[in-house]
Ligand binder design. Structure first.
Ligand code: 1HN
Length: 352
């Protein structure tokens, strides 16, 4: 009891000491240690779903209010409610819905944040990356790797919307952002249309005369046509994983590794009636529904989804997918920061 009786003066002495430390830009570790060394990750990002039915009118309204010339990129960003309005879905990943109208151009630039595009609707607008163009269709996955020149143009007769995914919050957190504009609006086309598809979409037969150097996939567009066919073919004889159903990773055909050094992409088929098991992973994930209806339990939240909705699963939240589409498979696309966690020895997973 003696120490307790002394404590008011000791408490005062400590408080005075903390005050003095502050003037030297220092602080005691022992008052914050428990909040730094949490037993498990404590993301501020919360499980959340952005519903296409609600957002679509706002995406198209942006098309009436602002042009691509003024906007550089016309995007409605998805902002996690737990992250105070930051341009972020999680601490590492950004996502947004980009609209490009017929006749519009989104001018050429490059940056050290890497991007993926997953096409939501519209047909035939192009993305150009380092001299190669690809025409995009719903469900296609298009890569714009770190520091590659990229522009978009819509020479089709209909608007196009896609989901942008970037490692922007990560790149800014590690103070590694660089950005440049190309001297011209549209970069010169130096390669045949879909050049990389002919060279690299085969996967098991690659051009021996071309050594693609770089830490990202040389394939610009992973078309939904191929992805969908691969999932259907695999699901005919395979039930896949108890957590994810029939799940495929989009890979770099040169290495078998992730498409980008900071982001991994997946397509999955949840068989009719699929009720997944719950699992936690020490990664951030953003899911986009391609087809079907169902729900995903993330922690204590139930996120009911349908086609074109986008939702997030923060690190270490238990996650369980259920397909409620009657008698039909459901298709999900997702991208994660798993390559970062894996490269740093920080990847973990645990069944619930
Ligand atoms: C960007 O360059 C694009 O090229 C889209 O389409 C979204 C969000 C933040 C920073 C750069 C694009 C972006 C972006």
């Amino acid at each position: 009891m003696a120490t307790v009786q002394q404590s008011p003066s000791r408490a005062q002495a400590l408080e005075a000491y903390y005050q003095e430390l502050r003037q030297f830009s220092t602080a005691p570790l022992w008052t914050v240690l428990k909040s730094l060394l949490t037993p498990t990750p404590q993301p501020r990002a919360v499980p959340f779903i952005w519903r296409w039915r609600e957002l679509r009118p706002y995406v198209y309204r942006a098309g009436e209010l602002i042009g691509t010339e003024e906007a550089e990129r016309r995007v409605v960003m998805l902002c996690n409610p737990g992250l105070d309005g930051a341009a972020a879905v999680t601490n590492t990943l950004y996502a947004g819905l980009q609209l490009i109208l017929p006749g519009e151009i989104a001018r050429t630039h490059r940056h050290t944040a890497a991007a993926i595009r997953f096409i939501v609707e519209g047909h035939g607008a192009y993305t150009a990356v380092d001299g190669e163009r690809t025409l995009m269709n719903p469900g296609d996955l298009v890569l714009t790797p770190n520091w590659t020149w990229h522009d978009h143009g819509n020479e089709s007769a209909e608007p196009m919307v896609w989901l942008d995914g970037l490692d922007l919050p990560l790149v800014n957190a590690i103070d590694a952002m660089f950005f440049e504009e190309y001297p011209q609006t549209v970069q010169p086309v130096t390669k045949a249309l879909d050049d990389s598809r002919r060279k690299y979409a085969q996967g098991t037969l690659l051009p021996a005369y071309e050594r693609h150097l770089g830490h990202y996939s040389p394939l610009l567009n992973y078309t939904w046509e191929r992805t969908h066919a691969a999932l259907i073919e695999l699901a005919a004889h395979d039930t896949g994983s108890p957590y994810d159903g029939v799940v495929l990773e989009y890979v770099n055909p040169r290495t078998g590794g992730p498409v980008l050094p900071t982001m991994a992409c997946y397509a999955q088929l949840l068989p009719p009636g699929f009720e997944g098991q719950a699992r936690r992973r020490s990664i951030s994930a953003i899911f986009h529904v391609v087809e079907g209806e169902g729900y995903t339990e993330v922690g204590n939240q139930r996120l009911d989804w349908q086609a074109k909705d986008t939702f997030c699963v923060p690190s270490w939240a238990p996650c369980r997918h259920v397909n409620t589409s009657s008698g039909k498979p459901a298709f999900l696309f997702s991208f994660t920061d798993a390559p970062v966690l894996q490269a740093l020895g920080l990847y973990r997973e645990a069944a619930e």
